[in-house]
Design a protein around this ligand. Structure first.
Ligand code: PFF
Length: 512
């Protein structure tokens, strides 16, 4: 059997994990959740969520990947096998379920993210080019929705694909293929650039932002604490959801990354380092965004409530508006901003692809054929991504994104907690983690994984399901929500079970 691929060192692994965590969400999600949910006061629920769910779950994912030396499906398969053997030893008639399908499900839902994340990268590539001429000047929103996306009237009208977006998508997938096809050695080198570079660019934008008139007002919208918001349960749910999304939990990415570390490597301190770096960069992202929004409200007279919008609207409409209103070097700041988005996003995008490819390699013993597996996945990703390059693409992207963040992630996280908390010897697992780690985990970790995190996730899910049933998301037609949301989730469960049922020769070696 071929030896498992390895990171060059611990630093490369941590940087890659930070690269996955730090993405578009740090710029276009965190600052707005913060602004909406009590400004500076939001840091309280955010850090509570980080310490009571984000970090414990990250430790769990790192430990699973590392101790089981496998991606999500493989690690959960091994966990199930170990449990089965333990039960059989006591009573030969006893059995225990195989949880491998949960791992596949995570990877299938994660793949959906990679399909649309790559399209957003393509937009950023196009805008990088347009920055040189500040093509959007004068009519930023018209440029994005009409000239660039040629947006149709609804998800039912797809229209043709847009060639520049397809070209950008092809470039993105070729880059992803190039980075991951040679194993984690190359990934480890690439992240030495794609992690610090966007932070440096962000610092340039912060400096530009805070030296603009109106910046202080903008920052006060971002940070002025409104402690009364802490009584609103929605604010707490927002904090947990932001922490999960931002740390890239629940899609098997961190499990796959950790599986390329030797079995006896440090775990807990790595998780603290990754999470705190991610939190710090989110906080900094808010400074870049809100200082410039303050400038915009001053320059245009529009109230902050009108300009403070997250998501693609921020990156492709609001920020370009600010850029065309800058007194000098507009093109330069356009390039800085879109290069920042690209370098922020690319390592999140390839981390998902790495997670899926590792899953396939582990199941079929294809580690020596890494580049072929990567090639096929990237090609499939490109073809599926064409849907999002059509005139109706933005609607589908929005539906897929909403679904994944509101349901996919929480369900996988919940399963992970239940499997390790109730179908595995979590006490022994904690001891194993402690035996290799710099920071010792107390009993609190077990309690969190068994009771607290699942409870939060169940509340989160029930809340989201009720909201979903009460109001159609963004007023989309029901058929589109069913097709883009429910059908994809159910399809991923069926797909996960089918993949679990496939028996491979390689796998037999592990049967207990
Ligand atoms: N963590 C990334 C961000 O905050 O932008 C986004 C992300 C990447 C989420 C990969 C989920 C994922 F699987």
């Amino acid at each position: 059997m071929a030896l498992r691929d390895r990171w060059n060192n611990r630093f490369a692994f941590v940087m890659a994990a930070v690269g996955s965590a730090v993405g578009l969400g740090n710029v276009w999600r965190f600052p707005f959740v913060c602004y909406d949910s009590g400004g500076g006061a939001f840091l309280i629920p955010f850090f509570v969520a980080l310490f009571t769910a984000g970090i414990p779950l990250m430790i769990l994912e790192y430990a699973l990947g590392q101790r089981m030396q496998g991606s999500a499906p493989h690690a959960l398969f091994k966990v199930s096998q170990i449990r089965k053997a333990e039960r059989r030893a006591k009573d030969p008639k006893k059995s225990s379920p195989n949880w491998e399908w949960v791992g596949w499900w995570a990877l299938l839902v994660g793949s959906t993210i990679s399909f649309y994340y790559a399209v957003i990268m393509s937009w950023a590539f196009n805008y990088l080019y347009h920055s040189l001429k500040v093509s959007w000047a004068g009519n930023e929103s018209g440029f994005f929705y009409q000239t660039f996306l040629r947006l149709s009237e609804g998800p039912g009208v797809l229209g043709g694909v847009s060639l520049p977006i397809v070209i950008g998508l092809a470039i993105t997938w070729i880059l992803i293929y190039f980075i991951i096809s040679k194993g984690v050695g190359r990934v480890g080198k690439v992240v030495m650039i794609t992690v610090p570079l966007p932070v440096l660019l962000m610092v340039i934008l912060v400096i530009r932002g805070v030296t603009l008139p109106g910046a202080i007002e903008g920052l006060s919208y971002y940070l002025t604490p409104d402690f009364s918001k802490l009584l609103d349960p929605k604010v707490w749910l927002a904090a947990y959801s932001q922490v999960f999304f931002s740390l890239s939990l629940g899609f098997g990415i961190l499990i796959a990354y950790a599986s390329y570390m030797p079995k006896d490597s440090e775990i807990t301190n790595n998780a603290f380092l990754t999470s705190l770096a991610d939190a710090g960069i989110s906080f900094l992202g808010g400074f870049a965004v809100f200082s410039t929004l303050g400038y915009l409200t001053q320059a245009t007279g529009s109230p902050i409530t009108e300009v403070a919008k997250g998501g693609p609207g921020l990156a492709f409409v609001i920020y370009p508006t600010v850029i065309s209103k800058l007194p000098w070097l507009q093109g330069f700041f356009g390039v800085v901003f879109f290069l920042m988005l690209l370098t922020l996003g690319i390592d999140s995008a390839f981390s998902i692809v790495e997670g899926v490819c590792t899953g396939i390699q582990d199941k079929w013993g294809l580690h020596r054929h890494k580049s072929k597996v990567a090639f096929v996945f990237c090609l499939v990703g490109f073809i599926i991504g064409l849907l999002f390059c059509t005139k109706g693409g933005l609607y589908w992207l929005d539906i897929a994104d909403h679904w994944v963040n509101n349901f996919g992630l929480a369900v996988v996280g919940l399963f992970e907690c239940i499997i390790i908390g109730y179908f595995f010897n979590i006490g022994a697992f904690r001891k194993e983690i402690n035996s290799v780690s710099e920071i010792q985990l107390g009993k609190w970790w077990e309690i969190t994984i068994k009771y607290f995190t699942p409870l939060v996730l169940v509340i989160f899910l029930i809340w989201n399901i009720v909201t979903e049933i009460r109001t159609a998301y963004e007023g989309y037609p029901l058929w589109a929500l069913i097709l883009g949301g429910w059908a994809v989730s159910i399809g991923a469960i069926v797909g996960g079970i089918i993949l679990m049922k496939i028996r491979t020769k390689h796998r037999e070696e592990f049967n207990v």
